[in-house]
Design a binder for this molecule. Sequence first.
Ligand SMILES: C[S@@+](CC[C@H](N)C(=O)[O-])C[C@H]1O[C@@H](n2cnc3c(N)ncnc32)[C@H](O)[C@@H]1O
Length: 248
Amino acid sequence: MDIPRIFNITESAHRIHNPITPDKLASLGAALRLEAGTQVLDLGSGSGEMLCTWARDHGIVGTGVDMSQLFTEQARQRAEALGVADRVSFIHGDAAGHVAHEPVDVAACVGATWIGGGVAGTLALLARSLRPGGMILIGEPFWRQLPPTEAAAQGCLAHGISDFQLLPQLLASFGNLGYDVVEMMLADQDGWDRYEAAKWLTMRHWLAANPDDELVPVVRAQLHNEPVRYATYTREYLGWGVFALMQR
Ligand SMILES: C[S@@+](CC[C@H](N)C(=O)[O-])C[C@H]1O[C@@H](n2cnc3c(N)ncnc32)[C@H](O)[C@@H]1O
């Protein structure tokens, strides 16, 4: 079981697989006023940076679940490197339907809401692991400005304009689902650059090291096309944020 190999290649050097920067991740941890011993579940935990750094900085304890074998292994290594391997653990597996054995204080899905079939389904999934009065963290894209055409939305790698909402509408949708929005941390274009542009050097190094791999044409094409596509579309139109929610 694994995610498509292309992501394991292009994001192999990422610690954070989203447009949030280390600074903003740290600011979010502080903004949430996490106390030592806070139990956190993270579905789609990637390389574990959120759980590992929050364990180091705030003494949280937690579990991450991720379908990428590579990212899960990197998360375990990061926990060892930061000296928090006794506080956080990482499960390699499909997080769809994953419910914690014991209710947690914070249940998160940061940039992988397809795991629950969209935002509403992921909120419902996370709520099954949450103690009463606990907090949900959802990482989700929104339109910074509406793309002028469906083709422009597709240039952002969306199916179409209807995939995402403007920020006020996204915030209102959380309310309509019965949640108060109690904090948010928004990515900016510099953060998008760190997430997207960091893939380009990784691809270039991978191509040099793997000249005979069957994915060479795919990676070569991505490296050729991605900088212009990204600058034309994603960087202009797509926003992203982590939203902290508490049930009303
Ligand atoms: C955009 S990345 C976000 C990772 C992490 N939350 C972060 O911010 O660094 C999405 C993650 O979801 C994982 N993923 C995709 N489908 C999954 C599934 N069905 N179950 C668990 N993890 C999944 C991917 O391996 C990837 O690590």
